[in-house]
Write a protein that binds this ligand. Structure first.
Ligand SMILES: Nc1ncnc2c1ncn2[C@@H]1O[C@H](COP(=O)(O)OP(=O)(O)OP(=O)(O)O)[C@@H](O)[C@H]1O
Ligand SMILES: Nc1ncnc2c1ncn2[C@@H]1O[C@H](COP(=O)(O)OP(=O)(O)OP(=O)(O)O)[C@@H](O)[C@H]1O
Ligand SMILES: [Mg+2]
Ligand SMILES: [Mg+2]
Lengths: 229, 229
């Protein structure tokens, strides 16, 4: 599904050089349920942005389903992202002037997807699945932090994309909401083969992953596949 | 230090009435180290905003050090906040055009505080204490999520205010950074008598609190003082 081959993301140069990601090689296969863990500042968001085509490496290559993305035009990259990737941002990035259900519907429209029952019905179901069925018409500034995070989650999942990238999706959730969201994602993974790549500090997410890639100082430090689950 | 007396915060009316906080009575004494816990959407941020004078109740009263705040002018409220309260926001709210150290210095300037060694030295020390000594000159968009959260923490602590209000201060931190921040706060509490009121979903924070106020549907559901600690 996605491969990083000695991919680096540098900022600045010389004295101010920061290696946010440092020659990271990582291969994500179809159907994986994989977590990136590691200390604050270790490069998790940077790697997720490279995998999700939100950023370009300063060195090395990123390939999606075999195609090296360095050769694609901006238009082709945007197309690929909208159609194949659902991204849950560390800071949500909801559209402030749209309601929760409109935010989720927008994702379907941008991806050119019209579900059988219509976009509004699919968006409503996605929000019900994360416990927000009563809050469809609220705008982001009328929602709590954890409610906003759950709208961002519904927006990524509603497309049932090839790959969902989730940057700390339970950071603002109590354990019950967090577990509900993770179970929803495991179901999508097991029933519809959606590939998941998370970053997290949450032990509950780590224990539900089938593979844990531990990062440190912009590099992959350890890569562990769980024997069960 | 702070008292809520049947304080409510309502949005909308009639059919759309939302009781974000519902007749909450809560008294925070000087020197407390208290956590508000509860599900996503239960009213924690709403209550913290009332205690921190960022919001006004639609019913009931909020008093700071004995003075009912409903009687104070906007100017007096702003003065009181800047001088006595350090607020760590759930979404950080850093000034985008200022560096980390400038963001922290600004808090001292706004409070009219000039520490003995100067504002720059105090701001530098506050950032070193949260592990960001190497990143003083970075702007918020050049920092990871957890690094931004730690700048927001340093900014609130540097004033050694009467009361620090922290809305999910460890949400984006790995367990090591989170523990370091909590130990820093316990030290300020025990050595300098700073009062702390947190909201959190993090079990590590809850177990370090001396009092846990559990919220549910905008109301105080349970109020437990730890026998030890
Ligand atoms: N624009 C930039 N300029 C310089 N350094 C940057 C920039 N953006 C990010 N960094 C640095 O890159 C490193 C990795 O950042 P990243 O956001 O990937 O960390 P993270 O693992 O997601 O952390 P967290 O758990 O705190 O979210 C950090 O040390 C950060 O300070
Ligand atoms: N402007 C608003 N209009 C209507 N309802 C609102 C508004 N702002 C907040 N609410 C509602 O008030 C309730 C309490 O919100 P609050 O942000 O205090 O929750 P919280 O406990 O901090 O949640 P979280 O753990 O997710 O951050 C939520 O149900 C939220 O949807
Ligand atoms: Mg991050
Ligand atoms: Mg909140």
């Amino acid at each position: 599904i996605c491969q990083l081959d000695h991919a680096s993301r540098h900022y600045g140069s010389g004295e101010t050089l920061v290696k946010a990601a440092d020659a990271v090689s990582l291969s994500i296969e179809a159907g994986e349920f994989t977590v990136l863990s590691g200390p604050s500042g270790s490069g998790k968001t940077t790697v997720l942005n490279l995998v999700g085509l939100l950023d370009q490496p300063t060195d090395g290559t990123v390939s999606i389903q075999g195609t090296a993305t360095g050769t694609l035009s901006d238009r082709a990259l945007t197309q690929l992202r909208a159609a194949s990737i659902g991204f849950i941002y560390q800071s949500f990035n909801l559209v402030p002037v749209l309601s929760a259900v409109e935010n989720v519907e927008l994702a379907l429209n941008l991806a050119g997807i019209t579900p059988p029952g219509g976009a509004r019905a699919a968006a409503t179901k996605a929000l019900e699945d994360v416990g927000l069925g009563e809050l469809l018409h609220r705008r982001p500034n009328q929602l709590s932090g954890g409610q906003q995070q759950r709208v961002a989650i519904a927006r990524a999942l509603v497309k049932a994309p090839v790959l969902v990238i989730a940057d700390e999706p339970t950071a603002n959730l109590d354990s019950q909401s967090g577990t509900r969201v993770l179970d929803l994602m495991r179901a999508l993974n097991e029933e519809r083969g959606v590939t998941f790549l998370f970053s997290t500090h949450d032990p509950m997410v780590i224990e539900r992953a089938r593979r844990v890639v531990h990062m440190k100082d912009g590099r992959v430090h350890e890569d562990i596949r769980a024997s069960s689950g």
